[in-house]
Design a protein around this ligand. Structure first.
Ligand SMILES: Cc1ncc(COP(=O)(O)O)c(C=O)c1O
Length: 337
């Protein structure tokens, strides 16, 4: 599959989110660190969930329920009795490094469905507590992210639940495609803002776990921005699954130690992300644990608390200083305990 074969329509999540009282565009902030001036798209407070992932999981849950009832994806559908009674009978299951699970749990709670989230041993307990507060059932499954995905697939298959993963693989595309469609909103918000400012970035840094975030944002940039930037994909050097796969022209699972960048510590890329980024990305940048921790510390000193995963784009920018560039990075989550 190639970039032009994948369809992500930002207008669809835009319609749904316009009716959500918690939705507003996230801030775009100009900052300067070590003589590098750059834009930050600040996702640390997104919809009260503390990460951009809220845009994908909530939208995908609503879309799947509407689709099951044959209802149009319009906000009016969500208030119909048939939508509500359909939702009550559904359980959404996924594995998560933390934030995707929170988004699915929030979607299930908003629309009246149930959620069960599989967390590997590496996911901080704080995420488990936040999930339970969203009425989700939490299951500790496996030593790493990949093992928790296996557990979620098995759970959904044996319990007639809906598996709503953020990664895709052969034969499993539509649910993660919806999740990614929700993420395109960030690039749409940015397009509106840069158009208004008449000032466009030359370089965009996108951190990747399975690559859904980076691919969705890159997709929308390539399809709708008037001025095209260079797109740089940032991965931990402990988990360079997109770089390795795209270098070799096929999806590969990489080996590596556990990374402190927990949300980026994915050893196999999403197939949709592989397809999109094979065409849309210009460069890859691998960062060390130390570079990510340093960037998170600098972010906290700037008054924008984020984690090493959230600051990974900034770490890549600081590793490749270019005084002539006008760069954009994303702080993808708030600080994580
Ligand atoms: C805070 C944060 N940043 C970046 C990512 C990477 O997103 P993806 O796995 O879609 O590449 C995640 C994924 O969970 C995340 O939670």
């Amino acid at each position: 599959m190639k970039l032009h074969d994948v369809i992500l329509e930002s207008a669809k999540p835009a319609e749904l989110l316009s009716a959500c009282p918690k939705y507003k565009p996230s801030p775009l902030i100009k900052k300067s660190v070590q003589n590098n001036s750059f834009w930050i798209k600040d996702e640390t407070q997104r919809m009260g969930l503390g990460a951009f992932k809220a845009l994908g999981g909530v939208y995908a849950v609503g879309s799947i329920i509407a689709e099951k009832q044959g209802l149009p994806l319009k906000t009016d559908s969500f208030f119909l009795d048939e939508f509500k009674s359909c939702a009550q009978g559904l359980t959404f299951v996924c594995a998560s490094a933390g934030n995707h699970g929170l988004a699915v749990a929030a979607g299930a709670q908003i629309f009246g469905a149930k959620a069960r989230i599989h967390l590997s041993d590496t996911v901080p307990e704080n995420f488990a507590e936040r999930l339970i507060n969203k009425n989700a059932q939490v299951v500790r499954s496996g030593a790493n992210y990949e093992e928790s995905i296996e557990a979620a697939i098995e759970d959904a298959d044996s319990n007639e639940a809906i598996h709503l993963a953020d990664g895709s693989w052969p034969g499993y595309i539509e649910p993660p495609r919806l999740v990614m469609e929700g993420y395109t909103i960030m690039a749409k918000e940015l397009c509106d803002e840069f158009e208004r400012l008449n000032d466009w970035p030359t370089h965009v840094y996108l951190q990747a776990g399975v690559g859904g975030f980076a691919a969705a944002v890159a997709f929308e940039i390539r399809n709708s921005w008037r001025k095209q930037p260079k797109i740089i994909i940032v991965e931990p050097d402990a988990a360079p699954c997109l770089k390795q796969s795209i270098d070799h022209g096929k999806i590969l699972t990489v080996e590596g130690p556990v990374s402190e960048m927990g949300r980026l510590d994915c050893k196999t890329p999403s197939m949709l992300a592989f397809d999109i980024l094979s065409e849309a990305a210009n460069e890859f940048c691998l960062i060390t644990e130390e570079q990510a921790q340093n960037a998170a510390r600098l972010s906290n000193e700037m008054g924008l608390a984020t984690s090493p995963s959230g600051a990974a784009g900034l770490a890549a920018l600081l590793a490749n200083p270019d005084k002539d560039a006008s760069s954009l990075v994303f702080f993808t989550e708030g600080s994580v305990n």
